[in-house]
Design a protein around this ligand. Structure first.
Ligand SMILES: *Cc1c(COP(=O)(O)O)cnc(C)c1O
Length: 363
């Protein structure tokens, strides 16, 4: 079976670690001798209590989060967070700062406007088609929070360092790079991530919330749109995305036990990305689209000399068992998403194919 699996460079839903998929398969029909699948057990059972608790404990241990943080699981994807953030955290007459680094940041800003809230765009890379991360970032001291997208899945850029905000909490959309490296968590009031890039299946968003920041959240919201509901009920006010939470727990276990934690995960991710970037930098045929000091370790965006070649490249790569290399429909070009689960082997396979394609087209 496994020899029929492709090298998967999809942006999301994306590749999961093979050992995790095998573990799921192995216990899918009879979870922990319950006589049921994990998709069949009650979320009010001790079986599921253990599942959600383990996912939370592992997330906290990996990120060195103390008891001052909640780890929540919310449905609706990262996109629902764009709307929940202003709803929960914006009061009358308040404003928040936003750093606009691409499609996802733009969507978060848009949701502020829909709710009549003031979003100050304090830095943007729109002038150069979002090909870089702005350097000079000055935060308004009275901002409710600063929102940023840590990794720009579509444009292929990533924050290497987070801005100094003078204590204003950062809210970060980390959908495409959460758990890819250690984090200075004390800077963040909230971190959120749709699971389907680096964490598990779609349908579940992990939300990490600092307790003192959550205490400042608005009251009187619909229950399912209030962070406090999730915090008060350990994400089980209603039926949670059980399978997603279970899989996330296994992915986090894999990071801890197989990969050796976030420092090692980061070193591995750098090594993988370097293989591809070094090859592209040495080629006249392929060109990355992001500026060098902002290039993402998770989504490598690149172009070929023309669109016809790009089309053929993606098609031929697919025939070679290399999937998901087409760029996002809004930007075109090519993109290799190389999240935590991408293997070194897949990087060598990709570069080897790219090399032979270039030779064929340039000789
Ligand atoms: C994919 C993605 C989203 C959207 O996620 P959904 O779960 O589909 O809503 C938001 N932000 C970033 C950075 C993403 O990569």
């Amino acid at each position: 079976m496994t020899d029929q699996r492709i090298y998967n460079f999809n942006a999301g839903p994306a590749a999961l670690p093979l050992p995790v998929l095998e573990e799921i398969q192995g216990e899918f029909l009879n979870f922990k001798n319950s006589g049921m699948s994990v998709t069949e057990i009650s979320h009010r059972s001790s079986y599921f209590d253990a599942v959600i608790d383990e996912a939370i404990v592992r997330a906290k241990r990996l990120l060195n989060l103390g008891d001052d943080y909640h780890v929540l699981f919310i449905q609706g994807g990262a996109s629902m967070q764009f709307g929940m953030i202003p709803m929960n955290f914006m009061g009358d007459g308040e404003s928040a700062d936003f750093i606009n680094t691409g499609t996802w940041s733009t969507k978060a800003i848009k949701e502020m406007g829909i709710q009549g809230k003031t979003a100050n765009v304090i830095a943007s890379s729109e002038d150069k088609n979002f090909s870089y991360i702005p350097k000079e970032i000055r935060v308004n001291t009275d901002a409710r929070f600063v929102h940023l997208t840590s990794n720009n899945t579509i444009k292929g850029t990533q924050f290497y360092e987070f801005p100094d905000t003078n204590g204003v909490p950062i809210i970060a959309d980390m959908s495409s790079d959460i758990f890819s490296k250690p984090l200075p968590v004390e800077k963040f009031g909230m971190i959120y991530a749709g699971a389907q890039k680096n964490l598990g299946p779609s349908g579940c968003c992990m939300v990490i919330l600092r307790k003192d920041f959550l205490e400042t959240a608005n009251e009187g919201l619909p229950s399912m749109l209030s962070y406090k509901t999730y915090a008060n009920k350990n994400s089980m006010y209603n039926t949670p995305p059980c399978f997603g939470i279970y899989t996330i727990g296994l992915v986090l276990k894999w990071i801890e036990e197989e990969m050796g934690g976030l420092e090692k995960m980061e070193a591995y991710n750098i090594q993988k990305a370097d293989i591809l970037y070094d090859f592209i930098d040495g080629s006249e045929f392929y060109k990355t689209t992001a500026e060098k000091y902002s290039r993402s370790l998770m989504n490598v965006t690149f172009r070929l000399p023309d669109e016809e070649l790009e089309k053929e490249f993606v098609l031929r790569a697919t025939e070679h068992g290399l999937g998901g290399l087409k760029g996002h429909r809004s930007v075109g070009g090519c993109r290799a998403s190389i999240y935590n689960a991408a293997t070194m082997e897949s990087m060598y396979a990709l570069v080897e194919f790219m090399e032979s394609f270039e030779k064929e087209k340039t000789s």
